[in-house]
Design a protein around this ligand. Structure first.
Ligand code: CU
Length: 115
């Protein structure tokens, strides 16, 4: 009986440690990109793999969009109304063109370092 209690205490400690790790992962800093003046600002990023990039439509009255269409990684936000935002998690290493389906000249280049 005494032994069982000890095991439970050990697992309790382990669980707390795991919770701390999960919290650290969620707390990974997000990077922010603005869609403003019909451009991505900034228009290039270098991020570690797993980075969470938030893209915000900061153009007062323009509809935007975010998509990635590469062999390794695809993403589509759908239409982004002014003031709305989307998040892209870059889980794959490589260099990706992030584009707007509405304004073909808008381009953000994201290099994801696979570490
Ligand atoms: Cu656009």
């Amino acid at each position: 009986m005494r032994r069982l209690t000890l095991v439970c205490v050990a697992f309790g400690f382990f669980g707390a440690a795991c919770g701390g790790l999960a919290l650290a992962a969620v707390g990974t800093p997000s990077l922010h990109v603005s869609q403003k003046g019909r451009a991505f600002q900034p228009n290039a990023l270098i991020v570690p793999r797993g980075a969470n990039v938030e893209i915000v439509n900061d153009d007062g009255d323009l509809l935007h969009h975010v998509y990635i269409d590469s062999p390794d990684f695809t993403f589509d936000s759908g239409d982004l109304k002014p003031g709305s935002r989307t998040q892209v998690v870059f889980d794959v290493g490589g260099t990706f063109a992030v584009l707007c389906g509405i304004h073909p000249k808008m381009k953000l280049t994201v290099r994801v370092d696979a570490r």
